[in-house]
Design a protein around this ligand. Structure first.
Ligand SMILES: NC(=O)c1ccc[n+]([C@@H]2O[C@H](COP(=O)([O-])OP(=O)(O)OC[C@H]3O[C@@H](n4cnc5c(N)ncnc54)[C@H](O)[C@@H]3O)[C@@H](O)[C@H]2O)c1
Length: 273
């Protein structure tokens, strides 16, 4: 069992009800942090077989509690700025503080299977030269604005405490341009810029702000992409654990002098020519 180096800390994880966010929540709970899951659907893990099989309790909050920490769930759509502010206020009211924020809520160019009226994931189409308005707004809102609203909501509490660790979630799609990933790549690239700017502002308050840029990581929403392994230098798709280990680095004292940086977690995929 890991050393409880986050005992006494409170971590807010957006989009923590399944996938990568669930992995971050469990990892930080193992390290002793109390956990607040903020998600538009606190039962999001029920949507995909892959996640349903991973679950060891009805919700991620229950799974965290089983690790001996306090864990709460807050249902909120973080594309709404007021909802993000309310979520941060609720975390402080119920758990006392916010030391760590993992701004993980997001998604690609699909309509989620658990949205009203959907029976499965529905791909949306758009290109840089021809992107329908609803898709442009939607993808930027879900990825970029949820991230910015969450950072802005937690910053006042962290400033008052004089400490904090913020991790934003970009993507390898934000590092290399591809028309097929528009406007997702644009949103994820903007997150990298925002992370640098925020780090400069919050550094004097002893708050670190860094980003991760995962590549091809197996989650229920994205499915099995192991056939791409031959194109990845490390010859495998990434795992939730691969990303959680980097998040652990970024929220513990191991990274105290690191801020404004983006760590790519892609097995070397992006660097190839
Ligand atoms: N899986 C990958 O290969 C990969 C690669 C690069 C980046 N990412 C990024 O990592 C993050 C997590 O990806 P994942 O594969 O675990 O996805 P996922 O769909 O499994 O999980 C996303 C979670 O975010 C929640 N969410 C979505 N919109 C929200 C909103 N408006 N308000 C609150 N919650 C919301 C969903 O309900 C879900 O629980 C995303 O930001 C994604 O863009 C994933």
């Amino acid at each position: 069992m890991s050393e409880k180096k986050l005992k006494g800390k409170v971590a807010m994880i957006t989009g923590g009800a399944r996938g990568l966010g669930r992995g971050y929540a469990l990892r930080l709970a193992e390290l002793g942090a109390d956990i607040a899951i903020v998600d538009r659907n606190l039962h999001a893990a029920d949507v995909y077989e892959f996640e349903k099989k991973l679950m060891t309790a009805p919700t991620v909050m229950d799974e965290c509690q089983a690790l001996g920490v306090r864990a709460i769930g807050i249902q909120a759509d973080l594309t709404d700025r007021a909802a993000a502010e309310q979520a941060a206020a609720d975390v402080v009211a119920r758990l006392g503080r916010i030391d760590i924020a993992i701004c993980n809520a997001g998604g690609g160019t699909v309509a989620f299977a658990d949205e009203p009226g959907q029976t499965g994931d529905a791909p949306l189409t758009g290109t840089p030269a021809m992107c329908p308005q609803h898709m442009l707004t939607r993808v930027l809102d879900i990825n970029l604005m949820t991230c910015m609203y969450t950072c802005m909501a937690v910053a006042p509490y962290m400033k008052e405490q004089g400490s904090g660790k913020i991790v934003t979630c970009s993507s390898s799609a934000g590092l290399t341009a591809s028309p097929g990933y528009h406007p997702y790549g644009t949103a994820k690239a903007a997150i990298i810029h925002y992370t640098c700017a925020l780090a400069q502002e919050l550094g004097p308050f002893n708050i670190n702000v860094n980003s991760i840029a995962p590549g091809i990581i197996r989650t229920g929403r994205l499915g099995d992409r192991s056939k791409l392994a031959k194109r990845i230098p490390l010859r495998r798709e990434g795992t939730i654990e691969d990303c959680a280990k980097v998040v652990e680095f970024l929220v513990t004292d191991l990274s105290d002098y690191v801020t404004g940086k983006t760590i790519t977690i892609d097995g070397g995929f992006c660097d190839q020519r």
